[in-house]
Design a protein around this ligand. Structure first.
Ligand SMILES: [Zn+2]
Length: 87
């Protein structure tokens, strides 16, 4: 146990660095409906289970937002259902 605690500060520092890197990555979230990635498991034929995630089908589109053309990231289902007015 003592070893784990001795290593802890390094791990926190590494985690903090990683979150900094991740904060620079764009969120996989639709600007209209707020849909984000979903999470689940990969299950191999040998029944090894690993985590996986399904990303949203996001498209960068130019659309009218409050009458002004703006580049937004929208999911394909929002585009198909006509929730945005393309500019
Ligand atoms: Zn959407």
């Amino acid at each position: 146990m003592a070893r784990i605690f001795a290593k802890a500060p390094e791990r926190f520092a590494e985690a903090a660095r990683n979150t900094k890197v991740w904060s620079k990555v764009m969120a996989q979230v639709c600007d209209i409906c707020g849909k984000g990635p979903q999470f689940g498991n990969n299950i191999s034929h040998a029944h090894n289970i690993t985590r996986r995630r399904w990303s949203v089908n996001l498209q960068a589109v130019k659309a009218l937002v409050n009458g002004q053309p703006k580049r937004i990231r929208v999911c394909a289902s929002c585009i198909k259902s006509g929730k945005i007015a393309k500019a």
